[in-house]
Design a protein around this ligand. Structure first.
Ligand code: SAM
Length: 224
């Protein structure tokens, strides 16, 4: 399968997962997608900054970012046109949204704004998305490439779950697999590799019981 066909079929898979789920997504996910609000608090943004969420889903995070950090320019992309229907309602005219693949999007085309790729983003968010992208290391590398000089990539996702009692850990893995979610226990190592290759500073935090992991990659001010 070539990359284009793989992307189209992954988009169709995500649409099939979320066509019905999107209506109950925000209500249900608040009970198990932990760490998202901590990430938003840590964005430390200023008016005028360009803030992008890659795989923005229902737009829940973008709406909260807009409230927490007034005056930022919001952008969101997702591979599921079903999820983007919710995102449009959540953010209204406060964000530019586009259909795109985390592994390969071009910012100018996705958001209809020439020169955006060149300028880059001051803050980028990857929230519970790498666990749903088959080629998640490409998504991580491609996303890190979109940072403006001095920009920051903030990531939250399921952790190693190592602190949970064994049976619960097994059940959670099985349940997540039903939604095509795979925990990325090697994400800390991949983040270290990317940080080293780009000369980027990395801060990593393991959430309680290893339930979630948070990473912040800070690009140098002079560009990478
Ligand atoms: C669990 S949801 C997370 C949504 C949101 N970031 C949040 O924190 O609530 C995962 C999202 O990733 C999107 N997604 C999966 N693979 C993708 C890809 N290759 N490119 C862009 N989005 C993708 C799905 O369509 C879905 O909206």
């Amino acid at each position: 399968m070539d990359a284009q066909t793989a992307n189209t079929s992954h988009g169709a898979l995500m649409d099939s997962v979320y066509k019905g789920q999107r209506h109950i997504y925000d209500l249900t996910r608040k009970y198990y997608l932990f760490g998202r609000d901590t990430l938003i608090e840590g964005l430390d943004s200023r008016p005028g900054m360009r803030v992008l969420e890659v795989a923005c889903g229902t737009g829940r995070n973008l709406a909260k970012i807009g409230k927490a950090w007034p005056g930022v320019q919001l952008y969101g992309l997702d591979i599921s046109s079903e999820m983007l229907k919710n995102a449009r309602k959540a953010v209204g005219k406060n964000a530019k949204l586009g259909l795109g693949d985390a592994c390969a999007f071009h910012a100018d085309e996705t958001f209809g704004e020439p020169g955006l790729r060149e300028k880059g983003f001051d803050r980028i968010v990857l929230s519970y998305s790498l666990s749903m992208v088959p080629d998640w290391e490409s998504a991580l590398a491609h996303t890190a490439d979109q940072l403006a000089p001095g920009g920051e990539l903030h990531i939250v996702d399921f952790g190693d779950l190592g602190g949970l009692p064994g049976p619960l850990e097994g059940l959670l893995h099985k349940w997540l697999a039903k939604f095509h979610v795979q925990t990325r226990s090697d994400l800390p190592e991949a983040a270290r590799r990317i940080a080293k290759a780009h000369g980027i500073e990395l801060t990593s935090t393991r959430g309680k019981l290893g339930y979630f992991q948070l990473h912040v990659l800070k690009a140098p001010r002079t560009g990478s």
